[in-house]
Design a protein around this ligand. Sequence first.
Ligand code: M6R
Length: 594
Amino acid sequence: MCGIVGITTNGNAIEILFPTLQRLEYRGYDSAGVAVLADGNIKIVKKQGKISDLISEVAKSNFPRYAKVVIGHTRWATHGAPSDENAHPHSDCKSKIAVVHNGIIENYLELKRRLIPKHNFRSETDTEVIAHLIEENLELGSGDFESAFLNSVSQLEGAFAIAAITSYASGKIMCARRKAPLVIGMLNSGFVVSSDVPSLIPITDKIVPLEDGEIAIIEPNNFTIRKGEVLVKREAVSIALDVQKAEKGGYKYFMQKEIFEQPKVVEDTISAFLSQWDEIAFPPYKKIIVTACGTSYHAGLLGKLWLETIAKENVEVDYASELRYKDKDFSDSLVVAISQSGETADTLESVRIAKEGGAKLVAVVNILGSTLSREADIVLHTNAGPEIGVAATKTFISQLTVLFLLSLKLGGLRKDSHLVSELRRISEKIDKVLRKADSIESVAKEVAEFRNALYLGRWVSFPVSLEGALKLKEIAYIHAEAYPSGEMKHGPLALVSPEMVAVFVMPKDRVFKKNISNLKEVTARGGKAISVVTEGMDKEVEGSWRVLQTPETLEILTPFVTTPVLQLLAYYAADYLGYNIDQPRNLAKSVTVE
Ligand code: M6R
């Protein structure tokens, strides 16, 4: 999704600008642009395509090689197609102001209709309205840029983060935040503003996050934050993220590296959780409501099964994009919000509604310092390190680790219980799966020939199937749907044919025998079944087209060993098809629009 960067320094901001923009690439985008103040005018270069295309365009232009104040942007199209014209930054008629923006200005049409008689619009975006609105407010007001900026922001509706530079106030970056992330990072000389904490990893480990409704004015030697008329004082917080973990380290794609990091991630997550075990305390509650989006939602479905099975809790799970519209009674509830980024707009909005309704908020989150982590009553850190591939992998496994331990904790188990000991053994078993990557790769090449796939599993393997199908869709662009295997005969069985591959996730567990019957229903109708089974169970699944085996573990822990098989299946299929795995088309790492 869109990314903002702005730098104001006494040194050369250009040197920091492009590497930081490149670190925003992982979020997903379709065009990019930069703006600098040169000779009293704003100079903008923007380009549809990749940052490398932008850099070539900059090289051909007279864009300065040295500047103290710059802004840059990666755009993920919402209003208007991906194009050079619609890329940010956008400027006013006189090219004195440049604006970059994330989010959506909901009243942009109304504002544009008002401004259009006197202003020359050059794009279809909602963002361009901001530049012209500031220009108008400057002309109508005292000519003071800061007041014009403040006045303009107060006229905007929607959720947004904005950064602007101008020749009327050189050296300054004006920023505004309303329900879209924006942080100020401390540099050795000056400051950087960004919408994405991980993009700052190599250049700073100290940030000051902005809160909703705040405006910041950033200069090379200081910054001020205001909410309305009130000056806000806020200390910087540390972001504990590791530079090396944000590099590919010899792997072809980040996603591959992140899949192979999972054994270590599980160990780290267990250690961190156990080290706080005695301090974690929950307020009284009557029910648990789990909410999240996408992959994190699938982790939530598993969390529900564990909380019900181990802790005998009463648990509901809902997509955050649905929960927020449901008029639910949140009183006496513990809301567990799961998010890698901690910035997903729907998740943030639903937890705010839940908190207003009296819920206490537990955040299962990977980015400390993110909005979700700051708004939570209790933070359970997933400790996966930066995840750069758009497709979530290691963060899913770390979410499972936290949710499993949370179930033990709420179930009153001790940290030396046999379930904790079994969990501690799981990273070795994940490693064993990864060591068999070759056999998964050869099956994946065959999967790549299909256009449709079904993923089938029961009980704890159903959320795993949902996650496996999502991975295949998002990176290999193969249509994949997941069903509880028992649901096949109620409709989806009609789809089965030799053109349909069916991935059965059926480890040795309480529903294994039931799955065998469902497997037979599929193979008897010519369906090509890939059975993911526990080692030694291969004889039981005869008739399967292909069999992939996982190490034995407790039935309740099987998602930890079946998930990596499905991740690799999708990864190798996508790689065989030659896709850009880390940045799948149309997708964004951090989904900050509703
Ligand atoms: O950052 P979050 O975990 O809140 O993101 C939610 C989803 O957008 C995310 O899990 C998405 O489904 C995955 N990147 C897909 O692999």
